[in-house]
Design a protein around this ligand. Structure first.
Ligand code: NAD
Ligand code: MG
Length: 389
């Protein structure tokens, strides 16, 4: 019998966290759970920590620590809270760390896990968008294995299968187009948070669902791909593919194109990252192309969905721009979900923010945090203005 591998899951109570734990639950003997974390869902986290016999459970929000301690009383599982505790938990250095916190809040624990030099399965795209150059440098320095979990990037990783990046002519990121793919600008103006989070193919957390509706998700993924697969931004294309069956493609210099296909179920890319370079069983539906019948493709419409253009410009500018864009978008999405601004204001605020202020190039992680803070403060002002408009 092989020795179990250890795993920590940051963002264990979220959508990606739940999919990861579902796979762990199906093969309990293969895994030893080190750390499970959440923002503030103390009782849910404690239930998971008990089920998986974790070493430690951590809530980011310190005001939830007492509840977590109570819920874990008598279990022998350690309880901790705060960003420092998240970093400490990441430093326990599990064989595999699943980075599935949403937003730039995941940056510090993800960097701490990378420093351990083991395997980091990365779902938390915002941390790579904000600190891409620093994060990739840390991966090289520590010798960590960074495996992309985002379905498109996992697909590209699989299609590359160790090929030389110099032989890649083009990477195509597919996009479902989100719930408003066929809506006019006037229709989109009135869309509610409930309509925006109702994704046609994927079941995901609220923030990424709104990002899919604005297509900022694809913009962030463009920046993510630029760091993970450095073929040059001009060689990374976006293609709308409403069925979400082809998860992305790699075209080589000889014009051979490889695609990865599968049901739109995150457990497939998560399984690929957990098992890499092997494969494991998943409970996911096999692909039934005969019943799907046909696959369709469209060019992205950057008039109705300007977010991909805004993100491409931020990626081209580089420096602190991607961190600024990410933080601005996080604030705008939160304001939209809270009912304070309209759907179209999200991309409008991103545009205005990038016009209003240009951050200096970050040299260290502290510079990223400073840009993140400043961008959030300015974006909060802009959401206030949009709300009053
Ligand atoms: P989610 O909202 O369902 O879960 C987020 C997790 O992060 C929860 O456990 C939550 O408690 C925790 N969290 C939230 N704020 C936090 C904070 N400030 N500090 C610490 N922890 C915090 O999100 P999700 O849909 O699971 O997405 C997680 C990440 O994976 C995101 O970066 C998203 O872009 C990426 N991703 C998700 C999917 C998907 O299908 N859901 C697909 C691709 C990529
Ligand atoms: Mg994706």
């Amino acid at each position: 019998m092989s020795v179990p591998r250890s795993i920590s899951i940051f963002g264990a109570t979220g959508s990606v966290g739940a999919s990861t734990l579902d796979l762990v639950r199906r093969d309990r003997k293969a895994w030893r759970v080190v750390a499970l974390t959440a923002n503030c869902q103390a009782s849910e986290l404690a239930t998971l920590a008990r089920e998986f016999d974790a070493e430690i459970a951590v809530v980011a929000d310190e005001s939830c620590l007492a509840e977590l301690r109570d819920a874990l009383a008598g279990s022998g599982i350690a309880a901790a809270a705060g960003e420092g505790a998240l970093i400490e938990a990441a430093r326990r250095g599990a064989d595999v760390t699943m980075a599935a916190i949403v937003g730039c809040a995941g940056l510090a624990p993800t960097m701490a896990a990378i420093e351990c030099g083991k395997t980091v399965a990365l779902a938390n795209k915002e941390s790579l968008v904000s600190a891409g150059a620093l994060m990739m440098a840390k991966v090289r320095e520590s010798g960590a294995t960074l495996l992309p979990v985002d379905s498109e990037h996992n697909a590209i990783f699989q299609c590359l299968a160790g090929s030389d990046i110099a032989d890649v002519a083009r990477i195509t990121l597919t996009a479902s187009g989100g719930p408003f793919r066929t809506r006019s600008i006037d229709e989109m103006r009135a869309m509610t948070p409930a309509q925006a989070v109702a994704h046609p193919n994927w079941s995901m957390g609220a923030k990424i669902s709104v990002d899919s509706a604005t297509m900022m998700n694809k913009g962030l993924e463009l920046i993510e791909a630029d760091h993970l697969f450095p073929v040059g931004l001009d060689r990374i294309a976006i293609l709308v593919h409403p069925q979400s069956v082809i998860h992305s493609m790699v075209e080589y210099r000889d014009r051979s194109t490889l695609a990865q296909l599968g049901a739109p179920d995150m457990r497939i890319p998560i399984a690929s990252a957990l098992a890499w370079p092997r494969r494991i069983d998943t409970p996911c539906e096999p692909l039934d192309l005969a019943s799907i019948g046909s696959l369709s493709f469209e060019a992205p419409d950057e008039t109705r969905f300007p977010a991909t253009r805004i993100a491409r410009e931020a990626a081209k500018a580089g420096g602190g721009r991607p961190a600024q864009l990410n933080a601005t978008n996080e604030i705008a999405v939160a304001a939209f979900l809270a009912g304070r601004i309209g759907f179209l204001d999200i991309a409008e605020i991103a545009l205005r923010a990038l016009d209003d202020w240009s951050p200096a190039t970050p040299a260290a992680l502290d510079d990223i945090y400073a840009i993140d803070d400043e961008a959030r403060r300015r974006a909060a002002d802009l959401t206030g203005l949009a709300a009053n408009a």
